[in-house]
Design a protein around this ligand. Sequence first.
Ligand code: ZN
Length: 859
Amino acid sequence: QPIHLVDYRPPSHLVEDVHLTFRLSPKGTRVIAKIRFRANPEGLDEGNLRLDGENLRLISLSLNGHPLTALDYLLTPQGLTIPAERLPGPAFTLCSEVEIDPEANTALEGLYTSNGMFCTQCEAEGFRKITFYPDRPDVMAPFTVRIESDLPVLLSNGNPLASGEGWAEWHDPWPKPAYLFALVAGDLVAQSDRFTTASGRDVALNIWVRPGDEDRCDYAMDALKRSMAWDEQVYGREYDLDIFNIVAVDDFNMGAMENKGLNIFNSKYVLASPETATDRDYDWIEGIVAHEYFHNWTGNRITCRDWFQLCLKEGLTVFRDQQFSADMRSAPVKRIEDVLQLRARQFREDGGPLAHPVRPESYVEINNFYTATVYEKGAELIRMLRELVGPDAYAAALDEYFARHDGQACTIEDWLQVFEDVTQRDLSQFKRWYTQAGTPRVSAEWHIADGTLSLTLRQEVPATPGQPLKEPALIPVRLGMLTPEGAEILPDMVIELDSPEVSRSWDLADLAQAAGVSVPQRVIPSLLRGFSAPVVLDAALTPEDRAVLLAHDGDPFNRWEAGRRLLREALVADLAQTRFDTAGVIEALGHAAGDTHLDPAFRALVLSLPSEDDIAQAICDIGLVPDPVAIADAHRALSARMGAALGPLLQRLYAENDPGPAYSPAAEDAGKRALRNTALRLLSLTGDLTLARAQFENARNMTDQVAALSCLIAGGETEAAARFEAQWQGDRLVMDKWFMLQIAQAPRDMALDRAKALTEHPLFDWKNPNRFRSVIGALGQTPAAFHDPSGAGYRFVADWLIRLDGLNPQTAARMSTLFETWRRYDADRQELIRAELERIAATEGLSRDMSEMVARISG
Ligand code: ZN
């Protein structure tokens, strides 16, 4: 049943063009497809025409105008095959009519309805639920679409051709795979604007939303225009149609989708107003609007040959959206946030039973591989490649990539070949990053002897499921060295760690002279600056060394990292009951947080604690078994201790960083709010809720309101949540926050009962993925409650996953990753989780998505 990369075969037939007609009706939509095929000169097999099709009621089928009977083809639940001998020749036209039921489509894949509107999600394999078609990304064709419906707004890909009462036609001239097809029909209103491309093409921009939401589109529109300009300036990529549409949909499995000229978004990542969206939401909107727009070149114009190559478009597009956000905001802050995400999601995945290479070699259900590894680690590989070849060669290689492969469906080999051709560099070792799973561990040793400073770097790539042995990776380690006084004695450089061990040495006197300092007794290395590779670094730095880096490192990422490691060590020491100078750490952090030369957003990050999940992993790394309840208590105790020890500073930060009454989502004000609300949080956790109460009363934007509400819930005040509910019960996106915060912020022994009670709430609509995630997901991401020693947290999550799987396998399967770290925990907990996994696996009618996930997690 698994599909393997090595089994790839080119398609037997290519598509010249497609004409689709949709007669929309909620329960019985007719889809008429007219497809012109021609034999693929590169086809390898006997030449049968094989079309994918699932859940389609076949009405009629004809070939070159001649009706086909059941004897002419083979129909299975997966599709339709017309044997080569029944085909009239190398070129022919197939017409089909099918009926589908969009309203019954709860999986939200293919054509479905959401709040009375029709919409589609075809990536990866949803188009086969719309009509019979070769639903594979290496078949690209121009599409013409006619939509017949009474609904006022009828949209598809490409440019509008013509429209009239009850119909509209669209034509997309750019050949595309079926996964980029989209259709939307509904009672929608647009917020519109225009953009003129560098070469003078006038593009109409529209963001389509439900009536009432039109005043929440400004920021997404602004982000879109900035993205279009940025891709022209930085990558030389222009938009290529006369119109660009974005549609916001409430029921959506993922974040958004880059359908050609018609991006469809989870409304969470489009709609924003200061009153209803937080700074984080604005940040996400900017990044996701950019991401989907950037796919127009990296994904659409150049697409993937097969789904194993998913990282070709996703890794590159994530990297591009990260670059964009770094340019729009603070680059160091963006880098820290990206690394936080990478460690929280991808390292967790890479270190557990679901570890897989950035380019997987087999899958059962491709939807299970839209992972942090493919996306985020995939983006890190592009970043490393750029670091290794340099920015100029990177730019030249990208130009060549677009020139060489425009209009094609490509592989990672094609991508790396471009870099090899442009740089004349052999990248075969670098390619291991795409094929080997697991997070490499890099260790460093350094010493001074006889006036020589030596550094040795070592690497080890851990075994992962199915990959017991690994070859050394090519790891760019950016580094510098500081004196104990904080002067930089070894300037910033990159060492390519390309074997199990690499050593370098320097004459210390020469270094000292060049740096203009006296010869030091010892040095402090600042390793992996900017997080130059996605690895775990072990370096025997003392807390004093880290404090020097926190105070003086020229690399902002490593400054933050030093503080973060100190906090982690303080928490681990507390839990492992070893001695540690926590007071000294708090003082050093306070120093950095109070430094007004530094960006407030950066200072907020300095004061933020590692997550409970990070601590659990850190405890495992020193060979102990994490206790989630003890971790939650230690986490809270350390926050309170920081709040008490830094009280006057935090009060001052709170007072000094008020951006004033007018709300701007831009980085500068958002950074001030972040610092202010971080201070509020630490102060509140000392037990004094005065400031939080006042802020909750006076908040004029959702960022401040949510920050205050979080503190009040954490402080055990239930009345604030009731008032928030009364104020926002009519707003779906805000209510998602309300559901989530009551669980995630609850005192730890209350979270599970809260979650259970919230599933009885009249607004708990479990069929809506956002709402489901904000309750079941929130509980699963609240470790002390999820890992309740009774097993009740596991049972709660498993019950709901089983229930959701019957309706929406994709979202249910994705959330099964809540269990992926189960082997970290004690034998009792492991036993309880294993029982839940077995119960899920034994469920009758379990989806392919969920079966694969549970089997892999169980190991
Ligand atoms: Zn993407």
